[in-house]
Design a protein. Structure first.
Length: 216
């Protein structure tokens, strides 16, 4: 089996940056920018709810009122996902209208997506990259637009990114160094191998764990 190239040498500055604590001041600033960008888009560019958004809101109203899950045409709704309407129904129980609940959920989950991007990038690549990823997600137009509209994409994107983050943490739970490297090695035969290396830049890497997958 031929080993894949090892990760490149990280200098002392990069290693120190990877271990540096989070500056919550800068993180809060990025989250506030993300929130107000989405709020501004919501107030100025989405005065009318889209057709899909109307379906989600109607489904939420029906669930809130204890009725079967139906859409705008009074028949059982089977095409649209149910998570967003369930959340709309729950939030509207707090006294908000279903429309305001839908907008609030999109706004909060859209801002949460920025936080999820920060956590994931920081855990894998370090604090500096975490800030860059959070800033990119905060201002990227498609994320701003989705977060200021009644669409379920923002809900699922945020849950998906948090799921990836916690999955990586769970996989690395038994690894002594949380910043170990995952290296995919392609074998010459019928098997591939995934190895987890610990490397601090001052000594040869040490294999902490490995697994094999049979090629098709």
């Amino acid at each position: 089996m031929t080993d894949a190239p090892m990760p490149g040498n990280r200098n002392a500055e990069g290693a120190e940056e990877a271990r540096s604590p989070v500056s919550y001041k800068w993180l809060m600033a990025i989250l506030l920018v993300a929130f107000f960008l989405r709020l501004g888009f919501l107030l100025h560019f989405t005065p009318v709810i889209s057709g899909d958004g109307c379906e989600y809101i109607r489904m939420g109203i029906e669930l809130r009122d204890g009725k079967p899950l139906t859409g705008s045409f009074d028949w059982p709704e089977t095409m649209y996902g149910t998570l967003y309407p369930v959340l709309i129904a729950g939030v509207s129980k707090l006294g908000l209208s279903a429309e305001h609940a839908a907008y609030l959920l999109s706004l909060l989950f859209g801002t949460g997506l920025v936080f999820a991007a920060f956590l994931l990038a920081r855990y894998v690549y370090g604090t500096r990259v975490g800030y860059l990823a959070a800033a990119l997600f905060a201002v990227f137009p498609i994320f701003v637009g989705l977060s200021g509209s009644v669409f379920n994409e923002t809900i699922y994107l945020t849950i998906w990114l948090f799921g990836i983050y916690w999955s990586i943490r769970a996989l690395a739970k038994g690894v002594p160094d949380p910043r170990a490297h995952l290296v995919f090695e392609s074998g010459q035969g019928t098997k591939d191998q995934i190895k987890i290396y610990r490397w601090d830049g001052s000594s040869a890497p040490r294999v902490l764990a490995s697994s094999q997958a049979v090629k098709e």
